[in-house]
Design a protein around this ligand. Sequence first.
Ligand code: NAP
Length: 292
Amino acid sequence: MVASVLDGRACAASVEKALIPRIEKCASQGVVPHLAVVIVGDDPASHVYVNAKIRTCKRLGIKSSYVALPETTSEAELIDVIHQYNVDNSVHGILIQSPLPSHMNEEYLTDLIDPHKDVDGFHPINLGRLVQSRKDCLIPCTPNGVMRLLEWSGIETAGKTALVIGRSRNVGMPQAILLAARGADTTVTIAHSKTADMAEQCRSADILVAAVGRPNMVKRDWIKPGAVIIDIGINRVDDDADSRGYVLVGDVEQSAEQVASWITPVPGGVGPMTVAMLMENTVQAAENIIQR
Ligand code: NAP
């Protein structure tokens, strides 16, 4: 068996298409959805991600603002920028690109974003509402994108077992909550760096979500035959044969496709979904302003 591809690019295109009439409706009511992106430092991967987000905004007619601050920026300077965007009524979404430099407390700083503009969905108010299964929250983009991709592909989740490897506040933990929520109805196990029997845990999962950041950590022979594999990991691995000097690989060995029923490619799987859900959250935040 060779797994079918969970095509994140095609699904993201369908999400974007559905946003266009919503963006036009906002504009007809005098509101152009507006995303403000802040990046601090020179991390090359972060700049690639930010550029992709801004390009997508342009394509959809979402206004974007972009502030690039040097690595040496102080927390106080960044707080000033956050505050300015918080009080600017023309801005509907604020995104601070992760990771921030090591001298900054990322959690503390992102908590300062107005929860109504928290399009990453990381604010305790949004995450708290997600845990309560409330609809009035902005949901973290990557796990929400995974749920949308499963739904779009017609993959049944109810009654299935899922293993989420990773328990970060932005990816693993909200992913587990979304999979276990009413409607998705999956029975979820969360694994992490202290999990003792990772191979066995993987072998019992109908749906395996890897969000670790370790290239090829999940081995082909850990996969339950017919499992659905969602590979969230994006890892740069040196490769002299590539013109960039590196290639991107996931957390799951490529050969797992020989055992699984469905698998997300890296790149082209979860990554485009993350950007599409960011656009959706920005439009949602603008619509919320109109309705308030
Ligand atoms: P993170 O905050 O570093 O969390 C990584 C998680 O993996 C932690 O919970 C950690 O466990 C766990 N872990 C580390 N080593 C492990 C091991 N040997 N066995 C099992 N679990 C282990 O990372 P993140 O922000 O969640 O991101 C995870 C990956 O997803 C990264 O590669 C990132 O680039 C990628 N990502 C992709 C997208 C996308 O759009 N495709 C979006 C966001 C992130 P402990 O809690 O025990 O330390």
